[in-house]
Design a binder for this molecule. Structure first.
Ligand code: ZN
Length: 425
């Protein structure tokens, strides 16, 4: 974190590379911007502060004419919405709700705003490290209201914006004045670096999701539920269907054609469940996630929702935490399911290879987690996915025994003979 009023780093002019003077700070929404003027060439520009993705992809842009200086490493997904918001004056004014739980003189601001759900969630997970590292400094979280159910205990304040994710591509018109009005209450204001991938080995997901992850010691207990993770904007497709999907995208008819791809995805999930059921009839099947298109047979319990509220989200988390496996297409839809379920099978599209593991939240403390975690190519057939699922469900108990502490003990009379007898049960 760094002090807002006197950060320990300079901002450089993108034109002449001299150190610039910071005239003001602009709470743009997703981004925190320094309002700069070059001390040498008088170029006036905004520069991102090093928070969130701005930490990896610094960028600047001219105030008075369209002239941009994004980091060469940044993707357009990061900088284009910001440039468009400024030069095309795209903005929204939204209600902001202030929830004060504890009073502090010194505070850290954790701004979780982003137009992508997964980015918001990952930003929020930084809260735990701040609460643990500096309990004497109050933590203020800025968050879309729809995700307030994930706020952990112990924070000082939450500033909740009643805003949709897509709107966060634009500037939040009233945020700057709101934040500046609030900050006068504090003696010192720090800004969280807001790491984009906080350390999963240290995150206690129960502090956010309010449910504990699956306890692997109960893995052999039946009926071993499997939950499919549903979304309607990215699909599990075969080679031909993906070709059609790309064509529909290029021709800008995806909105009309998407029902075909949803139908094909439904078929694949259903076929996978049928194949697993054939081998393991006791397994229970669920489907959860965003969207409600199409129907499933009654034995595949449908928990999907078009507009999930906090209650639905919590119920989904409870379902994941009881699931032996979650199966779904790669994306931020997999973060909470993989954090809470025992194991997962993720289908990775080749165009998402760069994002491999971005969305996997399992804590890999030992080799058992590698057994339980499978990332398969998106073109994998339901037959292959079912094969992996059955192997995980059927094989883990033996693997778990092999990897148990008893098999790592060299002391006499460590109780191994008792374990040995259990194989005849
Ligand atoms: Zn300059």
């Amino acid at each position: 974190m760094f002090l807002l009023d006197s950060p320990s780093f300079p901002f450089f002019c993108p034109v002449c590379n001299s150190v610039a003077a910071v005239e003001d700070t602009l709470w743009q929404g997703t981004h925190l911007l320094a309002d700069c003027i070059c001390k040498t060439c008088r170029f006036e520009f905004y520069h991102t502060y090093p928070t969130g993705h701005g930490l990896h992809f610094p960028l600047a842009f001219a105030k008075n004419q369209p002239q941009t200086f994004p980091s060469p490493h940044a993707g357009s997904w990061f900088y284009q919405p910001l440039f468009d918001a400024y030069y095309q004056q795209k903005s929204n004014t939204v209600p902001v709700e202030k929830k004060v739980r504890r009073n502090f003189d010194k505070v850290i601001i954790l701004n979780c705003l982003d137009y992508l759900y997964g980015h918001v969630l990952l930003r929020l997970l930084n809260a735990q490290a701040h609460l643990e590292a500096t309990p004497e400094i109050g933590l203020i979280v800025i968050l879309p209201k729809s995700m307030a159910w994930l706020l952990p205990d112990g924070i000082a304040e939450a500033w909740l914006l009643d805003i949709g994710f897509v709107q966060l591509k634009d500037r939040v018109e009233n945020l700057d004045a709101f934040v500046k009005n609030e900050l006068v209450r504090f003696e010192k204001v720090y800004i969280s670096y807001t790491f984009t991938h906080p350390d999963w080995n240290k995150i206690d997901i129960a502090r956010f999701a309010k449910v504990k992850p699956f306890d692997l010691e109960h893995f052999s207990e039946k009926p071993q539920p499997i939950t499919f993770i549903w979304r309607e904007d990215r699909f599990w497709l075969g080679v031909v269907d993906e070709f059609l999907w790309k064509a529909a995208f290029k021709l800008k008819v995806l909105r009309h054609a998407k029902f075909y791809f949803i139908f094909r995805q439904r078929q694949k999930f259903l076929r996978t469940a049928q194949l697993i059921q054939k081998k393991m009839p006791e397994v229970q099947f669920f489907i959860a996630g965003l969207g409600k298109t199409g129907q499933f047979p009654a034995w595949l319990h449908d928990r999907r929702s078009e507009n999930p509220d906090a209650e639905t989200e919590t119920a989904w988390c409870e379902l994941y935490t009881k699931s032996h496996l979650v199966i779904g297409i790669h994306g931020s839809n997999m973060i909470l399911p993989t954090a809470l379920a025992a194991g997962f099978i993720e289908l990775l599209p080749r165009y998402r290879l760069d994002n491999f593991a971005d969305d996997i939240a399992s804590a890999f403390h030992d080799r058992r987690h590698f057994f339980l975690s499978r990332v398969l190519d998106m073109f994998s057939s339901p037959k292959l996915v079912a094969l992996h699922a059955c192997q995980i469900l059927g094989g883990f108990t033996f693997l778990n025994l092999n990897f148990s502490e008893k098999y790592k003990t060299y002391q006499p009379d460590s109780g191994l003979s008792e374990v040995y007898r259990k194989f005849y049960d």
